[in-house]
Design a protein. Structure first.
Length: 238
C-alpha cells in the first residue's frame, strides 16, 4: 500500500502566495485562539445544542435534522471526548448512507479533544468529489482512496503525519504551536486555492467582496466564533 506523500515544492508555492498575510502577530493570535478553544473543551466538553452550534459543519443545520440525528449521536459523545476516531467512523460505516456533514462534525470534536487527531473537514478532503486541500499538495492523491470510512481516516491521518514531518524540517509557521501547524497549513492551502479560483472565474467586482484572506483561514478553522462569541480580536486584517 503506497503511503500518502506531500509534494514539498508544491506546498512551498502555496506558502509563497500566502506569505504576506501570515505575519508573526497573526500566527501568534491564531495559535493562542486554538489553544484557548482546546482548553475550554478539555475543561468542559460541550453538550447539545453547543455540539451543533459550535462546529462549523453544523452551525446552519436545520432544526429538523438536529432532532433526527441527536438521539443517534448522543451515545457517541463519550467516544468523541476520548478522541476515538476509528471507532466512531466504524459506527458511521455500519449506518450505511450518512449525511455529508457527519464525518466533518465528528472529527472536529475529536480534534478539539486531542489536537493531534486529525479533523477530517470537507475542505481537507472530500472523496466523493475528489476535492480538498490534501489533494492539492499530495504527490499521489490516489493513496487516500479506501473502501471504508475508518480506513480512509487512517490514510488522511497518514498524509497529515507526513505533513507534520515536513513542517518540522522547515521554519514554516514557526510562530504557531506545533500541534496546530498541520491544520493551519491545510487551511492556508485551501484559502489560496479559493482566492486563485475566484480570480480566474469570477468578476473583479465580486471578488472584492470576499472576506480578507486571513479571515478566510480563521473561518475554515472555525475559530472566529466560539461559545456564541468571537475568541480573537474583531479585526484580522493582518
Amino acid at each position: 500500500m503506497t503511503a500518502p506523500l506531500i509534494d514539498a515544492a508544491v506546498l512551498n508555492e502555496f506558502f509563497e502566495k500566502a506569505e504576506m498575510f501570515l505575519t508573526p502577530e497573526y500566527l501568534e493570535r491564531l495559535s493562542d485562539d486554538q489553544e484557548e478553544r482546546c482548553r475550554r473543551v478539555a475543561k468542559e466538553f460541550p453538550q447539545w445544542p453547543e455540539l451543533w452550534d459550535w462546529a462549523p459543519a453544523t452551525r446552519r443545520l436545520s432544526l429538523e435534522d438536529r432532532k433526527l440525528w441527536e438521539p443517534r449521536l448522543d451515545p457517541l459523545v463519550a467516544h468523541l471526548k476520548e478522541a476515538d476516531g476509528p471507532d466512531v467512523l466504524q459506527t458511521f460505516q455500519s449506518w450505511g448512507d450518512i449525511p455529508k456533514w457527519l464525518v466533518d462534525w465528528a472529527t472536529f470534536w475529536i480534534h478539539l479533544a486531542n489536537p493531534k487527531a486529525v479533523w477530517w473537514a470537507r475542505w481537507v478532503y472530500t472523496p466523493t468529489t475528489e476535492t480538498g486541500a490534501l489533494l492539492l499538495v499530495l504527490d499521489n492523491p490516489a493513496a487516500l482512496k479506501q473502501d471504508t470510512l475508518s480506513l480512509a481516516y487512517v490514510r488522511v491521518s497518514d498524509a497529515v503525519q507526513y505533513l507534520v514531518a515536513l513542517l518540522e524540517s522547515t521554519r514554516a509557521l514557526e510562530r504557531l504551536s506545533p500541534v496546530f501547524r498541520p491544520m493551519v497549513t491545510l487551511a492556508v492551502v485551501y484559502s489560496v486555492y479559493m482566492f486563485t479560483m475566484a480570480s480566474w472565474k469570477l468578476s473583479e467586482e465580486f471578488t472584492q467582496v470576499l472576506p480578507p484572506f486571513p479571515v478566510v483561514v480563521r473561518t475554515l478553522l472555525g475559530v472566529n466564533r466560539w461559545g456564541g462569541s468571537q475568541i480573537g480580536p474583531k479585526s484580522h486584517s493582518n
